[in-house]
Ligand binder design. Structure first.
Ligand SMILES: Cc1cc2nc3c(=O)[nH]c(=O)nc-3n(C[C@H](O)[C@H](O)[C@H](O)COP(=O)(O)OP(=O)(O)OC[C@H]3O[C@@H](n4cnc5c(N)ncnc54)[C@H](O)[C@@H]3O)c2cc1C
Ligand code: SF4
Length: 321
């Protein structure tokens, strides 16, 4: 691991200013992703600004009846909150489908949104990777791409966002709140938070350098049946091959997002509108323009089948995980 300096921030604005104005600085939250990447020297920050003291660990009601989740709320605390379990069950189910109990005790809301891809070549420093080293090439294109993206990818990178929590937040229309290094606040709909890779796959979100996530807000409860289905190679402790987060109403209408197929949780209003016509119609709309590889073409059918299972569970009133 490369050497680095360390400081604890005293306020969100001070943390943002310190990261923006110190070359090579990064925020440290739970450390479950960043420290792994530092040990492999994939991330080499010169300075870490620890945000643990910023009191961003509360879950509060918003004035319009939604919920405001502090950036430092752990995955365990969020998944087990009584309001989340009752009104946003899809979020609880997505979180507990991810990682392990120990990791979820440390992992934070903001850190989870910002976890880096699990493309195997990103972790192999002997191989070219445009995301790890801009301009070096992409080993996954023409290489082993079974776990990688089928839509929203580019000729520079076909990796996916690997997380579970963000898929549920996309289905719920969450909004990410931030403070900029200038001390102003911003609200970014989660739909616009993660970027498509384009020619710059190393830039993964629309955050400015030094911008700190302070919270994620959820709108008023939507009712309906909340379902998260995660398909993976083994029953636990594995990243998704495909996941579906859905909120389905009694009349068959609803909203859903799909994970592990794109640089961001993938959702479309056309696909949502097609839900009453069934899984095939909705999946066809969602995946219009998909560009799978030979290795991961199976994901097209898997999205449709996973969505079909979700809709069957909704019809039977089952809140499946
Ligand atoms: C073995 C293993 C299995 C896993 N399995 C899954 C899984 O199945 N599903 C899943 O979803 N996840 C999984 N994870 C990933 C895990 O969920 C993430 O590592 C975790 O959520 C990251 O949160 P953190 O607080 O530890 O972030 P950190 O590692 O501290 O930070 C991650 C990134 O976010 C930045 N950051 C942190 N806080 C802020 C902030 N407030 N504002 C701006 N930037 C910030 C940091 O600078 C860093 O770049 C797994 C991880 C491991 C190690
Ligand atoms: S898919 Fe992206 S992360 Fe994977 S090797 Fe190619 S550029 Fe790197």
């Amino acid at each position: 691991m490369k050497s680095f300096t360390y400081a604890r921030a005293s306020s969100p604005a001070a943390a943002a200013a310190e990261v923006a104005h110190t070359p090579g600085a990064k925020f440290l939250a739970g450390g479950t992703n960043l420290l792994d990447l530092m040990k492999l020297e994939i991330e080499t920050p010169a300075h870490l600004v620890d945000v643990q003291d910023l009191q961003l660990d509360r879950i509060e009601r918003t004035a319009d009846g939604g919920l405001r989740i502090g950036a430092l709320v752990t995955n365990t605390a969020l998944a087990s909150d009584a309001r989340v379990r009752r009104d946003y069950g899809v979020l609880t189910r997505a979180i507990v489908a991810g990682a392990s109990g120990q990791l979820r005790n440390k992992a934070t809301t903001a850190g989870n949104l910002l976890q880096r891809t699990r493309c195997p070549y990103f972790y192999d420093t002997n191989m070219p990777c445009n995301k790890r080293k801009p301009g070096s090439g992409c080993s996954a294109i023409g290489g082993y791409s079974r776990q990688l993206g089928i839509i929203g990818t580019s000729d520079a990178c076909i990796a996916t966002h690997p997380g579970d929590m963000a898929v549920a937040m996309r289905a719920l229309d969450a909004v990410v709140e931030t403070v900029t290094p200038q001390g102003t606040t911003r609200s970014v709909p989660i739909a616009d938070f993660h970027r498509l890779w384009g020619d710059t796959p190393h830039i993964e979100t629309n955050l400015q350098p030094g911008e700190l996530i302070t919270a994620v807000t959820l709108p008023r409860p939507l009712g309906g049946t909340h379902i998260y289905h995660k398909v993976r190679d083994r029953a636990s402790y594995a990243f998704a091959l495909v996941s579906v987060a859905a909120v389905i109403q009694k009349d068959g209408t609803g909203q859903f997002a799909v994970g592990a197929i794109a640089p961001k949780p993938w959702r479309s209003s056309a696909a949502d509108q097609a839900l009453p016509q069934g899984a095939k119609a909705a999946a066809d709309r969602l995946l219009a323009g998909a560009r799978p590889t030979e290795d991961n073409r199976f994901k097209v059918a898997l999205v449709q089948r996973t969505l079909a299972a979700v809709l069957a569970d909704a019809q039977n009133g089952r809140n499946a995980a």
